[in-house]
Design a protein around this ligand. Structure first.
Ligand SMILES: Nc1nc2c(ncn2[C@@H]2O[C@H](COP(=O)(O)OP(=O)(O)OP(=O)(O)O)[C@@H](O)[C@H]2O)c(=O)[nH]1
Ligand SMILES: [Mg+2]
Length: 356
């Protein structure tokens, strides 16, 4: 999994600043000190628990999503009464690292817990905003979060805005058309067919409009620059409007990189279509399913680009085998009715049986 190089670099620089070491008079001894300071700081940061806030309506699948992503053991289902305020939970993931989970209500829920929500958002390394794939997000939700973040002042508001990844949960419930289980021997993964993928995309666009669009300038889209054939960053995008900036490590857009903003830039700079496409992807709402383990690697990547710089190493510590994240044993899907089985090795529909 590629990590956020730009953030690691700027974090290293900030460590150097904190240690009051000027780059100009770095002798061999001071360089050694700097290296040690960075190493110690990195080790201390990596040992801390990762703190993830998940916002969403009761029963939307917050705990299940974290369990599927990190192998944690947060209790699922059976909440008697939604507390309406954030609760901090803790569990060990499958790499042995600790995950702290700010279990948060959704923005359509009661206002009682709002000050506590703001504190939790500010102190989290990354924020997941979960919305049920089969429910229409309330139009007020994004505006309410905007209002809450604005009350924290521009710095906090922007920092939190840059850490939010919005997801649609329980995408498996969006059927018909059926899901496809792409079986590769004893394991396999779920993929939507073209009609279902288009339906998911429409739902995601609607959620993006309700949840992310109102956050406007509080959002940041970021990606890596594309390399030329020699591996050098190929051309930095012009920042003619002050919103788009690029250097050797990263390209960033301040604001909501919506479909229309994307089109405008792409028409003006077709030579940067791939970078602009990645910036657009950064602000798409991600349809997921904990049950089908659908799109979990994509969500993990989205979290990796949003995690606070100091948390990059503890995020890394939570990662197990990201490549295997989307896979399920073929035997575990036998009970699902809303799917078509596909033999991915023979490239033909699979015959139902215990192994597929
Ligand atoms: N079909 C389907 N059901 C899911 C999925 N994820 C969770 N569920 C079910 O949804 C219910 C609620 O899941 P939780 O993970 O406890 O949801 P939550 O948001 O933490 O719930 P509260 O803590 O009660 O607000 C449980 O019965 C889960 O089994 C999913 O991806 N697909
Ligand atoms: Mg829960």
């Amino acid at each position: 999994m590629s990590m956020n190089v730009a953030d690691v670099m700027s974090w290293g620089e900030s460590v150097a600043r904190t240690a009051r070491i000027s780059a100009a008079d770095l002798g061999a001894r001071r360089l050694g000190e700097l290296r040690r300071a960075v190493r110690d700081e990195r080790a201390a940061a990596a040992a801390e628990p990762l703190v993830v806030a998940v916002m969403g309506a009761p029963g939307v699948g917050k705990a299940s999503l974290l369990n599927a992503l990190f192998g944690t053991d947060f209790p699922v289902g059976g909440t008697k009464e939604p507390p309406g305020r954030p609760e901090l939970r803790e569990s060990t993931g499958n790499t042995g690292h600790i995950l702290k989970f700010w279990d948060m209500p959704g923005m359509a829920d009661s206002w009682a817990g709002r000050p506590a929500m703001l504190d939790a958002l500010i102190t989290s390394d990354v924020v997941v905003w979960a919305c049920h794939a089969d429910a229409r997000p309330a139009g007020c939700e994004g505006a309410r979060l905007r209002e809450l973040l604005d009350s924290a002042g521009p710095d906090h508001a922007r920092r939190v805005g840059g850490r939010i990844a919005a997801v649609l949960t329980k995408a498996d419930l969006l059927s018909p058309p059926p899901w496809i289980f792409d079986a590769r021997g004893r394991r396999g993964s779920f993929v939507p067919g073209p009609a279902l993928a288009a339906r998911l995309e429409r739902r995601a666009a609607r959620a993006e409009q309700a949840l992310l669009a109102p956050l406007g300038d509080l959002l940041t889209a970021a990606t890596y620059p594309t390399a030329d054939p020699e591996g050098r960053p190929a051309g930095i995008l012009p920042a003619d409007d002050g919103r788009l900036r690029g250097d050797r490590h990263a390209v960033r857009y301040r604001g909501h990189f919506s479909g229309s903003v994307h089109e405008r830039y792409r028409d003006a700079h077709p030579e940067h279509a791939d970078v602009l496409g990645r910036l657009r992807d950064d602000h798409r709402v991600i349809p997921c399913s904990a049950r089908f383990r659908y799109n979990l690697p994509r969500l993990l990547l989205a979290l990796a680009t949003r995690v606070t710089p100091a948390a990059v190493f503890r995020f890394q510590r939570m990662l197990d085998d990201a490549a295997a994240l989307a896979e399920l044993p073929a035997s575990a899907v036998a009970r699902h009715a809303n799917l078509v089985r596909w033999d991915g090795e023979r490239c033909r529909p699979a015959v139902a049986g215990p192994a597929c």
